[in-house]
Design a protein around this ligand. Structure first.
Ligand SMILES: Cc1cc2nc3c(=O)[nH]c(=O)nc-3n(C[C@H](O)[C@H](O)[C@H](O)COP(=O)(O)OP(=O)(O)OC[C@H]3O[C@@H](n4cnc5c(N)ncnc54)[C@H](O)[C@@H]3O)c2cc1C
Length: 351
């Protein structure tokens, strides 16, 4: 039987794997590089009018895309720009276009002598995605500084300007925007305190590294360097030459459990309403998984620096990565009775 040939073969430029930090995922039927907010909205309107499935893509650092790719339009959000406005009360309003590289934004604020975002240094991806999962690290999350966002609402076809952060349902690694794709973030605004001091250092490991008490402050530039250093040691700063960074960051969120359900020896942090947050990395290690644990075929593996990152060692597939994710999830479930949930958005696939 002859193999049916599709009418339109994906060109190499429609491959999605190179647009993701995992370097995984098949081709898109159509890929639009949108370098202005108007171009983003137009591309989304065109896809919706044609009834094509739509995938919004920023830096591709929090997605796991099926080996089959995407059967519709992918809009690569790529418009950049940033405006810094000092307010009469001395605070600073920072407005950033959705396609701006997040770490470049953080680096620029620190270089401008503005503290607040430094604990979010070294996180890959683009600014428009930061409210989507309420990006957070080292004791700071986007919700702490976010004022509002400008959105294109696909349900109504209308722009919604200055949607307050309070309407986004920002919570631990989630928001009403995550996994929905019915609202397109075009622009994000943050309020920064307007001084060069870091945010109060809440994360004990960072406080120890900086030699300050928890809650103390240091120059933002000093905190940024310390955060980058800690992140590099865990393989959490992108480095094309280091397969430990070919990941989607933490693959599982830290589960929030009733205090009585947490394993007795597990580290825990208060999570409100009598719940505690237990590090997924601890549960994974104590279930017997070691750093570097290989998946089927050995082309995917747990990072050699951190068990919470699932990595592509080169030539892996999404199917192999998901098989490894299932092995880890099931191992933790049978050892601890705790169900781990994936943190990245799974596109056309499931764990
Ligand atoms: C090495 C590494 C370290 C990481 N460390 C952290 C960390 O410390 N803390 C943390 O929170 N995350 C971390 N991440 C995850 C990731 O970097 C963040 O979630 C980041 O904000 C994703 O941005 P992105 O542009 O790559 O989004 P993408 O992966 O492109 O998209 C993620 C989701 O957001 C949607 N989306 C993207 N852009 C828009 C838009 N403009 N409007 C609406 N929806 C949109 C997509 O459709 C998708 O559903 C890490 C990832 C890696 C690879």
């Amino acid at each position: 039987m002859p193999v049916p040939v599709p009418d339109v073969l994906p060109s190499p430029t429609q491959q999605l794997a190179p647009l993701t930090t995992l370097r995984l995922g098949g081709p898109a039927q159509r890929l639009v590089e949108a370098t202005s907010a108007d171009a983003v909205v137009q591309a989304v309107r065109d896809a919706d009018a044609a009834g094509e499935p739509l995938l919004l893509l920023g830096g591709g650092s929090n997605v796991v895309i099926s080996d089959d790719g995407w059967p519709g339009t992918v809009v690569h959000v790529a418009h950049t720009g940033r405006v810094v406005e000092r307010q009469p009360d001395g605070t600073v309003l920072l407005t950033v276009e959705a396609g701006a590289d997040w770490d470049e934004v953080v680096a620029a604020t620190v270089a401008d002598g503005l503290g607040g975002l430094e604990c979010l240094s070294g996180i890959p991806g683009r600014t428009g995605a930061t409210p989507v999962q309420n990006v957070g690290a080292y004791g700071v999350e986007v919700a702490d500084l976010l004022v509002d966002v400008d959105l294109y609402d696909r349900r109504t076809g209308a722009m919604r300007l200055h949607v307050p952060a309070a309407e986004l349902g920002l919570a631990y690694r989630t928001s009403v925007l995550k996994g929905r794709d019915d609202a397109v973030v075009l622009r994000v605004r943050f309020a920064l305190p307007g001084t060069g001091a870091s945010a109060p250092v809440r994360y004990p490991e960072l406080a120890r590294t900086l030699g300050v008490e928890t809650g103390g402050q240091v120059p933002a530039a000093v905190a940024r360097e310390a955060v980058l250093d800690l992140r590099r040691r865990k393989g959490m700063v992108l480095d094309a030459g280091d397969h430990d960074t070919w990941s989607a960051g933490s693959f599982f969120t830290n589960p929030v459990l009733p205090e009585t359900d947490a394993p007795p020896d597990a580290p825990r942090f208060p999570a409100g309403l009598g719940g505690v947050k237990v590090p997924a990395a601890w549960l994974i290690e104590q279930a017997g998984f070691r750093r570097g644990h290989p998946g089927p075929g050995g082309r995917v593996a747990l990072s050699a620096k951190h068990v919470l990152a699932l990595t592509n060692r080169g030539g892996g597939t999404t199917a192999e990565l998901l098989a490894l994710a299932r092995e880890v999830r099931d191992g933790v479930s049978s050892r601890w009775g705790v169900a781990l949930s994936p943190e990245p958005v799974l596109v056309g696939c499931a764990v």
